[in-house]
Structure formats: structure tokens, C-alpha cells
Design a protein around this ligand. Sequence first.
Ligand SMILES: [Zn+2]
Length: 214
Amino acid sequence: MILQVPVARYIPTNAYFYIDEDTKHGFLIDPGAEPDKLLEIVKERGFQLEKILLTHGHFDHIGAVNDLQRILKIPVLMQKNGRDYAENPVWNLSAQTGEPITLDDVTYLEDNTDIVLQANPDFRLHMIPVPGHTTDGCMYYNLRDHVAFVGDSIFAGSYGRTDMPGGDSETLMKSIVREILSLPDSTALLSGHSGATTVATEKVQSWYQGISAE
Ligand SMILES: [Zn+2]
């Protein structure tokens, strides 16, 4: 099951629980703020979180990580370029908020890693790099459930900003076309800030027309 939870500190962000119905074990993606709200859901629903997964290292996606990790004592995973963001409040943009964030205990992932649920090895997410919004941008994809957690690479009807540290618009367009819009049409794209969309829906958007992966 997928549970989308809006959390907000400076800007609203979608956090997602991706939970195996059989075992209640699962993953939490992009806990950007409001750790108490997220912990309350974990407790109420009896979720056993095994890992926190980050789509990229911006402050509005990592803001609750330290509090949750201290309490839950579970690994935090991000793409290997995420170290530049995790360890630098200027790059993760938290320096602009007056509440600088650094993450100290992160497991950095090689591209195209499978993240497997210990309680049920059939339940897994595949990490695919999607650089452009940031250098560490990635998505977590499950073919069987037709779902991709895409962070800020693509939104319903638009795509992520590229004017912040490590951003590059040409890289983002190529990443989106090569990695996201090549997924099956029915794939749900669950983003960090918009409502859900699908590959089929985004392929006919005006912003996409004429862009190629080459
Ligand atoms: Zn971002």
C-alpha cells in the first residue's frame, strides 16, 4: 500500500509510506518535515519501517530525517552524489532557512540498486538515477505495482527547477525522457510536490513535446 502524507515546515512536501500489506513492513520516502506526524502514523497503523529512502538531498525532503533516525534507528539511503547535499546546508538549501541541516549517518547507493524488504524479499524498489534537478536525483520504482516515486524531477504537468546547486536543465530533460517517460504508460508518478500523474499523461504535455533523450 502507498500512503501519501503532506508534511510542511517551510514548503509543503509529499512524504510517502510504501508498505507491504502482508507484513506491515516497508519504507518511508522523503520525510521532509513533521516527524511527530509521521511517527504517529507509524504507531497508529502498526507499520514497521525498515529504511528511509531519499529522492534527493533538498531540505524540504530531508527535514525530518535526523529526528526519525534517532527514534527509529533505521538506515537512511540516498544516491551516492547525495553526500554533497547531506553534508552541506548551502547545497541542501537549509542554510536559507536559518535552521541548517546536515545528515551524518547515510548509506550512499550505487545507481540501479535494488532495495529489498527484509521481511518479504518479493517487496522491493529499484533505484534509478534521474539527475538534473540535483546531481543526486533518483527515483524508486516498482514494476509490479506500476509506481515510481520521482521526487522533484517531474510533477503533474511540469518538471523540477534546475537553478539551484547541481541543477542542469539539459541533464534533467534527458533524464526524464530516458528514465521516466520510458516506463510503461500506466506507471503512476508520485512526486514531491504535485498530485499523482502517469507516464501516459505526461507524454502528451506541452512541455514534453519535441524533447529527445539524445
Ligand atoms: Zn528539490
